[in-house]
Design a protein around this ligand. Structure first.
Ligand SMILES: Cc1cc2nc3c(=O)[nH]c(=O)nc-3n(C[C@H](O)[C@H](O)[C@H](O)COP(=O)(O)OP(=O)(O)OC[C@H]3O[C@@H](n4cnc5c(N)ncnc54)[C@H](O)[C@@H]3O)c2cc1C
Length: 361
């Protein structure tokens, strides 16, 4: 049976980053991903919140991933178009599927074994700890590990390991559709975020990759065509002559609290990162991956993989990201304005950089 120091379940941004860091710190690492590709299906528009970490990711990836700097993040009324607030701390919009592939490629370069089309179906327990995994694959049906980094995403709190390990109650999965639109009335470098008391028009956000090309999330395909027909609001006007180039499903899970971390993110020798820890956000997930990979590697070195030692990871998350989680839907209520939320995130993550990424490229 294959033996690893660190086994990562899920090859999203949080899992790949955790694997990358643990491998560069000398661990024997495997990442298991159930899909046949890293970064695909893409369900997120690729907006990266601004922080020192984000800037260092962008400066490290060079030309491998196209990105656009967000000069202005605008929040407007959906019906009138009136500006409610704007911020110049908008961060970046990237091709997220390519960003994930790039991180995974660097993880492989650092020595990670990456297994696609390999679903982890079971954690094997021995003497109060997890000793290994069982997978859906004939190529590697079982593997042993010392520390398990659970990065199985938003479904973790629906039917995945966060529920199975008792970190949270089973949540209700709500789905939606993410459209990559061509010929929308949008401009490069501007994110427009619309608010309304009409649920169909509320929280409609245009993440712009370049002039005319953007990503918009909606509850259903009916909603897209209904919106296109309406004439009583600005969102409809923006997509009147637009058509989708890609239609991808996505899901949210209510018990994950969508961005608010679980009280416990470590159980025995399992570390939960990214959406699987109740959190959200690509940059938040990658920073969690950096913390998890670092703590896991030092715990392996000291031969101390107990819950207490691994909880150092949880403290790091709460003392930084926990002050400004990616809780998109209540950012204004929680922080007063988007700009204040962006500011708080930058402040609470000051000094955290993606130095390993830069070194590997
Ligand atoms: C509609 C929508 C829009 C969003 N927009 C943004 C945005 O613009 N910017 C931003 O920063 N964040 C955004 N988010 C949040 C962001 O997409 C997530 O926070 C991010 O993807 C979390 O990364 P992750 O690595 O934790 O999980 P995921 O990206 O979900 O990766 C988890 C991976 O684990 C795999 N997996 C699951 N179970 C198993 C298993 N048992 N065995 C093997 N593999 C498994 C999955 O296939 C998946 O590849 C958005 C989310 C949604 C739903």
């Amino acid at each position: 049976m294959s033996n690893f120091d660190v086994i990562v379940i899920g090859g999203g941004p949080a899992g790949c980053y955790a694997g990358l860091i643990a491998a560069t710190k000398g661990c024997k690492v495997a990442i298991f991903e159930e899909h046949g590709a890293i970064g695909w299906p893409r369900h997120d528009p690729g907006w990266l919140m601004e922080s020192e970490f984000t800037k260092s990711v962008i400066s490290s990836i060079g030309k491998a991933v196209p990105w656009t700097k967000v000069e202005e993040y605008r929040v407007c009324n959906s019906e009138s178009g009136d500006l409610i607030e704007k911020s110049t701390r908008g961060g970046y919009v990237v091709r997220r599927d390519l960003l994930e592939k790039e991180i995974a490629a660097l993880a492989v370069k650092a020595g990670v074994r990456l297994y696609l089309k390999t679903r982890v179906i079971k954690l094997i327990r021995k003497e109060g700890k997890v000793a290994g995994i069982e997978t859906s694959s004939d190529i590697i049906p079982r593997a042993k590990g010392k520390i398990f980094i659970c990065a199985d995403g938003i479904r973790s709190s629906g039917s995945g390991f966060a529920v199975k390990e008792g970190l949270c109650a089973r949540g209700e999965v709500k789905s939606g559709i993410s459209y990559l639109l061509a010929n929308a009335d949008v401009s490069a470098g501007i994110i427009e975020h619309f608010l309304s008391s009409d649920p169909l028009l509320n929280y409609r956000c245009f993440f712009v990759h370049r002039k005319g090309l953007c990503i918009l999330g909606l509850p259903s395909s009916e909603a897209f065509y209904e919106l296109k027909e309406r004439e009583d609001n600005i969102v409809s006007r923006k997509i009147k002559d637009a058509y989708p180039l890609e239609v991808n499903g996505f899901s949210r899970v209510t018990s994950g609290k969508y961005g608010k971390y679980f009280t416990n993110m470590v159980r025995d020798n399992i570390i939960f990162v990214g959406d699987a820890s109740g959190g959200a956000g690509n940059i938040h997930g990658m920073i969690q991956g950096q913390f998890a990979g670092t703590v896991a590697a030092s715990a392996i070195k000291d031969n101390d993989t107990g819950e207490e030692r691994l909880s150092e990871y949880q403290d790091l998350v709460f003392n930084t990201l926990g002050k400004a989680p990616f809780f998109y839907f209540s950012a204004r209520e929680d922080f007063g304005s988007f700009d204040d939320w962006f500011h708080e995130f930058e402040e609470s993550t000051k000094g955290i950089e993606a130095t390993t990424l830069a070194r590997l490229r």
